[in-house]
Ligand binder design. Sequence first.
Ligand SMILES: NC(=O)c1ccc[n+]([C@@H]2O[C@H](COP(=O)([O-])OP(=O)(O)OC[C@H]3O[C@@H](n4cnc5c(N)ncnc54)[C@H](OP(=O)(O)O)[C@@H]3O)[C@@H](O)[C@H]2O)c1
Length: 269
Amino acid sequence: MSTSSKGTALVTGASSGIGAVYADRLAKRGHDLILVARDESRLTALAERLRAETGVKVEVLRADLTDKADLKAVEERLAADQAITLLVNNAGAAGSGKFATADRDVIDTLIQLNVTAVTRLAAAAASNFVARDSGTIINISSAVGLLPEFQSPVYGATKAFVTYLTQGLREEFGASKVRLQAVLPGATRTEIWERAGQDINALDPNSVMDVDDLVDAALAGFDQGELVTIPSLPNAADFDAYNAARLNLAPNLSRRYPADRFKASSKAA
Ligand SMILES: NC(=O)c1ccc[n+]([C@@H]2O[C@H](COP(=O)([O-])OP(=O)(O)OC[C@H]3O[C@@H](n4cnc5c(N)ncnc54)[C@H](OP(=O)(O)O)[C@@H]3O)[C@@H](O)[C@H]2O)c1
């Protein structure tokens, strides 16, 4: 059981990058922690540092989230542990190669990690949180999910899924006090680039954010009550305008008859 009044935060992908910084910031905010990833030695080193620096309880839960049994163990913990108040659904990977020539098993594994695990963990947390009418799910998505032009169709699609899932759950949870946030980082200096065989130093340095700045901005967005946080976006009204344009489509997205412009072409055929 947690001894922290903030409760326990379970952070996936806590062994490096964005997840490791979330673990640091959440410990400093007084959360006890459960750190999840595959690399147990890195998790243990982080846990020791955070215990020493902050005095919070930190548990290491080694799991490969693409392994069904490992994933199930994390789900069961999220669904049953009443001390857990926050899920940071962060573990993820990028890059699967060019679609037509990619190894389909690599694509499948990416989807298992970025979509299936994220969804199952969110569902497990929701089963716990909705029943208590409290708790928070933070899903780490990506700005690439808004940009098919980025030419990363599978990774981008997994992230579009994560943002949509978060927004859709907000609708489903209605007046529930369960909080949700999707975080949409742009390029952020972490190991994900090297792991995907890409060189982050080839990017314009002005387009790459430091990981500490990224997490601090994401948490500021959370504190401000945002559902969708884009840490680099200078003007929040731009995202509001994007949403307004999307909602303008809504009345015409489901109608009894096809639009007039399709009638002529069907006759010609
Ligand atoms: N960095 C960026 O430019 C950027 C931009 C937009 C969104 N994001 C998103 O941010 C999230 C975190 O990525 P990051 O940039 O911090 O990259 P990272 O440093 O590579 O961290 C990825 C984390 O996920 C864990 N992980 C990978 N595969 C796993 C598996 N099968 N099972 C369990 N854990 C696994 C890794 O730990 P182990 O290897 O120890 O398992 C690591 O802790 C991802 O969802 C990513 O899509 C990143």
